[in-house]
Design a protein around this ligand. Sequence first.
Ligand SMILES: Cc1ncc(COP(=O)(O)O)c(C=O)c1O
Length: 402
Amino acid sequence: LTTQPSQLDDLTKLELNPWQWWRDQMPITTRWAYLDHAAVAPLCEPARRAIRRFADQAATLGDTVWPQWNATIDQLRKNMATLLGCDRNEVCLVPNTTTGINLVAEGYPWKPGDSVVIPDGEFPSNLFPWVNQQSKGVEVRIVPRVDGEVRVDDLIARVDDSTRMIAVSWVGYASGFRVDLDDLVHKAHQRGALVFLDAIQGLGMYPLDLAQTPVDFLAGDGHKWLLGPEGAGIAFIRAEHLDTLRCGNVGWNSVKNAYNYASPSMELRADAVRFESGSSNMVGAAALNASVELFLKVRQAHGQDAIEKRVLGLAGQLDESLRSIGASTRLPQSFQNRSGILTFEVPGVEPNQIRQRAADQEVVVSCRAGGVRASIHAYNDASDLDRLVSVVRQCKTKDSGH
Ligand SMILES: Cc1ncc(COP(=O)(O)O)c(C=O)c1O
């Protein structure tokens, strides 16, 4: 007797074909070819269920189930630590990446004359918090990209004795260029600079073991590649730097005796949760936790680099198909610098025209940096890519008057 696919249990499906297993948990796929995960991702089914469950509980049980919610946010910190290869005490929840960046930029004990190095073309969230330190006498050194690429040696060349920090996006939001973190961290530390990583465009997708790659600080939200809702993210502060950062945003939840409201004592918690300061985004954290568990399951069943391989494979396929119909694509040369983001142009066709035509056919992409940005997830498949290629072909045909 052969077993029908529908009869297979969840674990067997995950083991046999993790991408179909994942796709089955993405309600978006029933209608849309969604290739815009670098903007705001669709929710996965486990996250949707977690939000519904939370809403039901909050409406019918109020805070009588608060300990359960609190256990879930603790689980999220723990799951994030597993995902990143760090200690749970080094993880705190933040409302978004920007808050995590400010936590470090504002908390660092700058002295006049200190400097920070960042690449040109960063998303504004990884620019303004550093520029804001200029009023404390900090010099912000902006290093040009070369063909959209962040060259580690160019960053390092701007590091001198005054440099305290290099702040960089793991994956460029428009270029899709993924920085070689091992090389960056090694060279930065050799020169005495710390590394801050804006990880939002990479979290979950590419292997990162913070025990092996000693990034100093990191922040990212869950609403892009992690398939969670907006407003629920995490920050990582390496244990040795916890006391380096001034905890500027303190509140009841920052201290050891957090529930002793009547005789408060401002003794900060030993872990990174001191930076959370007040009530948590319980519903957002519950949803993010549910989606992070999905990533952990795939990694556990198929290896730490399975998601990376899948997504780079799909990006490679799209790159080839688009080039075969005359589009010019901007895929980084080296495999290790690639990501799920592929930006392209079609000579003679406005990027926005392609985006609009795609939207009309329920294919979602964005326009960035003068091109069309497709951002592909591991649950996307060849049919999603084909739908985008078909849109581009139509735009070309229409434009050339055929
Ligand atoms: C690299 C990068 N950093 C930060 C952000 C903004 O993140 P958040 O809204 O979580 O602060 C984005 C959003 O597109 C981004 O691409």
